[in-house]
Design a protein around this ligand. Structure first.
Ligand SMILES: CC(=O)N[C@H](C=O)[C@@H](O)[C@H](O)[C@H](O)COP(=O)(O)O
Length: 224
């Protein structure tokens, strides 16, 4: 399987559950991933070494692996350490995504990228700005994701996907994936038209609490 070609121009579904969610168990993550594949996903994004291992065994499509581990003295939590990279690689992730934002971090971006390459995996740098994307590619990342736009102190306040960032990435010739706040199929299509290699959708498909809240708020005007 050519990992990138399998996902190119297609939908990848992020199957994650917060610790507070009733879906926070490996069997539920596997079920979400299998449902996504049934619905036409061409890959999945999975959090946690155990979940990656179980999903890898259950589906034959590309798996993007991440960990989410809070770090003392740092806001970087997506695949922050070399041990996280090693665990995800051993669990069978094809692509390893990691925080490549310009914030204080436990391990330099170049070291994370180097370890992913050493383990013969594909690296996806989750960024929030064009400058971070340039730095990540210069450090050797295979491609970037717009995942963290809106989640760094210097990129706050948006509710829509960051189409402007996608346009900037395309203009700069940086290979990118669209991820973050994509709630409508038309937004996914637009991201592809802007040059995204593929599109990652999470909450709008796999977080029933957030999907429910969207409907409930629309009905009640946000008052509960
Ligand atoms: C910021 C952050 O931690 N993003 C995480 C990255 O894996 C996930 O919580 C998101 O659900 C994922 O990026 C997909 O985005 P959305 O759920 O908006 O479609």
């Amino acid at each position: 399987m050519d990992i990138m070609e399998t996902m190119r121009g297609r939908l990848v579904v992020s199957c994650q559950a917060a610790e507070t969610s009733p879906l926070h168990a490996t069997e539920h993550i596997v079920a979400l991933a299998c449902a996504a594949v049934l619905g036409g996903a061409s890959g999945v994004r999975i959090e946690g070494v155990r979940n990656v291992q179980a999903v890898r065994a259950a589906i034959g499509l590309p798996v993007i692996g991440i960990t989410k581990i809070a770090q003392p003295g740092s806001d970087v939590y997506i695949t922050p350490s070399l041990e996280d990279v090693q665990g995800l690689a051993a669990a069978g992730a094809d692509v390893i995504a990691f925080d490549a934002t310009d914030r204080p971090r436990p391990v330099p971006v170049a070291d994370i990228v180097g370890e992913i390459a050493r383990l013969k995996k594909i690296s996806m740098a989750d960024i929030s700005t064009l400058a971070e994307a340039r730095q990540a590619i210069a450090a050797g990342a295979d491609f970037v994701g717009t995942t963290l736009s809106g989640y760094t102190p210097y990129t706050t306040g948006t509710t829509a996907p960051d189409f402007a960032l996608m346009q900037d990435l395309a203009a700069a010739g940086i290979p990118f994936v669209a991820e973050g706040r994509i709630w409508e199929p038309e937004q996914a299509r637009r991201a592809l038209e802007l040059g995204a290699a593929f599109v990652v959708v999470g909450s709008a498909i796999t977080r029933p609490d957030e999907i429910t809240r969207r409907f409930a708020d629309a009905i009640t005007g946000g008052t509960r």
